[in-house]
Design a binder for this molecule. Structure first.
Ligand code: SAH
Ligand code: SF4
Length: 372
């Protein structure tokens, strides 16, 4: 099959307007097309009644309309739905829908695999395959929105987005930025800034570029306030240690009353001790931080153990007593393999696809991260 260089979902409204003007069409068509694609979720150009026939024909001939496809899905007892979504080249990523009171949050992937290689993460063990394009990130949201309309209810809407699926979103800075512009655009999906959260493992050079990124919520995957422990969990800490990370975090432009969320993966016996609490309290500022505890989600072959409920509650209580806002992320969708990267790996095993895991030596990994 011939692939066209441009995909319709790669465009922001601005770049589509420029493209159309360059080809001799009106700038206004871009806003009409955005309305069809993202407000009405009508992806068949034949039905774009207010867009000129000539313009539609030009697009069909020159632009690719491939939208990521749901190839597998499952619903957990708690209502979480997991999806395996396939791209045009056959690569797959996972996307999750998590219901909560008055909200339906989509956990979006930004890459196939991940270059950061955290030792607790299934995606990390898969290595980096490729970035997702703007169209593939934007398309994940559109695909699931349409899936909900067709399979659940016409009025079912996704209200929030978290970049907490596979991949390091800041490693794919430009594409994630453009997709985020589409999510925020009033003519596009029209989500509010507070409804989008970008989670990063701490890619310092890109954190320093956040002044140029739409002002969405930022979550930092901290997991330990002790350098040695953090390095054991995340090789990125060898390149960008806590000192460098927090120098960069101080530069993040925060809107009034907005705080940074620190994700803290709680692992039994590893980072759940009184000394870890003291280090965390010393490192973070109460007024500027929210702590989100994530009990480690075990998977077959994982090196770590999840903490007991009692231990998790104790850790939270200690942080609250020190004046922090601290919450626990409920483990959703346990019965359908919820943690990052697990579904895809299991699916690949089921299908006896190439399931070889490349174990990259830590020093090589560190060099790789330093060059991202
Ligand atoms: N790469 C980015 C965003 C994707 S990972 C980042 O690391 O922030 C999103 C979250 O999933 C991270 O906070 C990560 O710590 C968490 N995660 C990964 N593996 C997990 C596991 N086995 N159990 C629980 N949470 C996990
Ligand atoms: Fe990549 Fe995030 Fe997984 Fe680390 S936790 S390997 S950064 S996806």
């Amino acid at each position: 099959m011939e692939t066209k260089p441009l995909n319709i979902f790669d465009f922001t409204q601005e770049s589509l307007a420029d493209f159309l003007v360059e080809k001799g069409f009106s700038k206004f068509s871009a806003s009409q097309i955005f309305d069809w694609l993202y407000k009405k979720k009508e992806v068949d150009p034949q039905n774009w009644s207010n867009v000129s026939k000539k313009c539609r024909e030009y697009l069909v001939e020159n632009v690719d309309f491939y939208l990521p496809k749901v190839i597998w899905n499952a619903k957990s007892k708690d209502g979480t739905r997991k999806f395996l979504v396939q791209m045009n080249d056959g690569q797959t990523v996972e996307s999750v829908l998590i219901p909560a009171k008055n909200r339906l949050t989509q956990c979006i992937s930004s890459q196939v695999g991940c270059a950061i290689g955290c030792t607790f993460c299934h995606t990390g063990t898969q290595g980096f395959k490729r970035h997702l394009t703007t169209g593939e990130v934007t398309g994940q949201f559109l695909t699931l929105s349409i899936w909900l309309r067709e399979n659940v209810h016409v009025d079912e809407r996704i209200t929030n987005i978290v970049y907490m699926g596979q991949g390091e979103p800041l490693h794919n800075y430009e594409n994630v930025k453009k997709a985020t512009q589409n999510f925020l655009n009033d003519k596009g999906f029209g989500l509010g800034q507070r409804r989008i959260t970008l989670s990063t493992s701490g890619l310092v050079p890109k954190i320093k570029m956040l002044h140029d990124f739409p002002p969405v919520n930022i979550a930092i995957s901290l997991h330990s306030a002790v350098d040695d422990t953090r390095t054991e969990l995340m090789p990125i800490n060898k390149v960008y240690d806590l000192k460098r990370l927090f120098e960069a975090i101080k530069e993040i432009p925060l809107k009034a009353h907005r705080r940074i969320t620190y994700e803290y993966l709680l692992i039994d016996g590893l980072n759940d001790q009184p000394k870890d609490i003291d280090a965390l309290a010393k490192l973070l500022e109460q007024k500027e931080s929210k702590i989100n505890l994530i009990p480690f989600n075990e998977y077959p072959g994982s090196n770590y153990k999840k903490p007991s409920v009692k231990r998790t509650l104790w850790f939270m209580d200690q942080m609250c007593k020190k004046g922090f806002t601290c919450t626990i992320r409920a483990t959703k969708g346990d019965d359908i393999l919820a943690a990052c990267g697990q579904l895809k790996t299991e699916y690949e095993k089921l299908n006896t696809w190439d399931n070889q895991v490349e174990i990259v030596p830590v020093d090589k990994k560190v060099q790789e991260i330093a060059s991202l």
